[in-house]
Design a protein around this ligand. Structure first.
Ligand code: MLT
Length: 425
């Protein structure tokens, strides 16, 4: 197998190295192409372009494989916990029981946020989307921890920043929700595990005891594991490129939150539920709506189907679909939109139109159904995705900084006006 590629252009041949990863992926290293040939490459959306080498997550879109630091998503979803997976992604190996205990205890020490954060929160109108509140509160950490602005400080200082944002993200998320519903915020309860503490901050009310349902807490923990990282997706690429300018971890994570907000990315789970709700309001005729999805003149777009990378199935969707069935059964929830979702899936897997276009349910298709069953409001679905993706963003930012990667600055091909004189007036 050659480790060289050749480009023939203008009667010249340029030889470029081909690198190979640990899973036999191959890439042409074009870092010297422009200097030697004057040529650049162009690839809108970077569909064929690698931005980095990474040891964190491997996925194979054709085979439906997803692994965090070599461990399969199936094993981790079944046997691990979100905090253990967070440690694995960030530090590279599964923690020993003592390391895990220390990590969990460190996080518990930092779940409380500065009281002045409430003044920032109170500045938002109650109809503010929780994702905008979340990214603002994360950015505010740069003000409360100004030393975190220097990402080149000691590893211990970076670890403190990592612990702080892992610990405070659920508090920020729950407070963003309370702001939206006009309820008083709840303070963290460090006697509880990560997911139970979040659920209690989200749903407990001053006048009532909130009983944690272990089915709900366990389902949430599994969902967060499934969302924890996904190699160089849009929001992770955003975190890396913002961090490549030596912006702080908090500034980089806030940028990632805003990238995830888009309906083509993390906002897809909210868009799926809104689509299913519309189909239900229209009578629930899935065949009618799948026909609309196939009609190129119809503006209806099927949300939660297909994926940029997975070509046959999204392994996370398989796990989430089973979890959705289990959770709804255990909670005794009979959600008609789950039936509509299954109807759409059956249509998509049966109809050659969708099979040919690789349009099968992805992670966003079923995650919204579970979040609904867990009582999480639809406008908080993307916030849940952000909580899950946080350790992946941290791990990728940390890897980029430790590898001392250069500032991200892509080239372009200019297609505008040629030089023209300023008019005499
Ligand atoms: C993700 O998990 O980030 C989404 O599936 C999008 C992607 O990987 O491109």
């Amino acid at each position: 197998m050659s480790d060289k590629a050749h480009i023939n252009f203008n009667d010249q041949t340029y030889e470029l190295p081909v690198i190979e990863g640990s899973e036999n992926e191959k890439a042409i290293d074009i870092s010297k192409l422009r200097g030697e040939s004057g040529l650049i490459t162009i690839d809108p959306g970077f569909k064929n372009t690698g931005s980095t080498k990474s040891e964190i997550t491997f996925l194979d879109g054709e085979k439906g494989i997803l692994r965090y630091r070599g461990y399969s998503i199936e094993d981790l979803a079944e046997k691990s916990s979100f905090i253990e997976v967070s440690y694995l992604l960030i530090y590279g190996d599964l923690p020993t029981p003592e390391q895990l205990s220390d990590f969990e205890n460190e996080i518990k020490l930092h779940t409380l946020v500065h009281e002045d954060i409430k003044k920032i929160l109170e500045g938002f109108p109650s109809n503010a989307h929780p994702m905008g509140v979340l990214s603002s509160l994360v950015t505010s950490l740069t003000a409360f921890y100004p030393k975190s602005l220097d990402p080149n400080r000691s590893a211990e200082a970076v670890d403190r920043s990592i612990i702080r944002i892992l610990a405070k993200m659920p508090t920020f998320a729950a407070w963003a929700y309370k702001n939206e519903v006009g309820h008083p915020v709840n303070y963290p309860d460090n006697n509880l595990d990560y997911c139970s503490n979040f659920l209690k901050m989200m749903f407990s009310l001053p006048s009532e005891n909130y009983d944690i349902d272990p089915v709900v807490a366990n389902a949430l923990d599994k969902l967060l594991i499934l969302h924890a990282d996904h190699e160089q997706n849009c929001s992770t690429s955003t975190v890396r490129i913002v961090g490549s300018s030596h912006a702080s971890l908090y500034a980089s994570i806030s940028a990632g939150i805003n990238a995830l907000w888009g309906p083509l990315h993390g906002g897809a789970n909210q868009a799926v539920i809104e689509m299913l709700e519309n189909i239900k309001k229209d009578g629930g005729d899935t065949k009618k709506w799948m026909a609309k999805a196939k009609d190129k003149d119809d503006p209806f777009r099927l949300m939660g189907f297909g994926h940029r990378v997975y070509k046959n199935f999204d392994p996370r969707a398989k796990i989430i679909k089973k979890a959705a069935d289990d959770v709804l059964e255990k909670l005794g929830v009979n959600d008609p939109i789950l039936d509509i979702a299954k109807g759409l899936e059956e249509e998509a897997l049966r109809d050659q139109y969708f099979v040919d276009r690789k349009l099968y349910p992805n992670v966003d298709f079923y995650s919204g159904i579970i979040y609904r069953a867990l009582g999480i409001p639809v406008e908080m679905f993307t916030v849940m995705f952000a909580i899950g993706r946080l350790p992946g963003w941290i791990a990728q930012w940390k890897e980029m900084r430790e590898n001392n990667e250069p500032i991200g600055r892509p080239r372009q091909v200019y297609t505008g006006h040629n030089v023209r004189p300023y008019p005499n007036k």
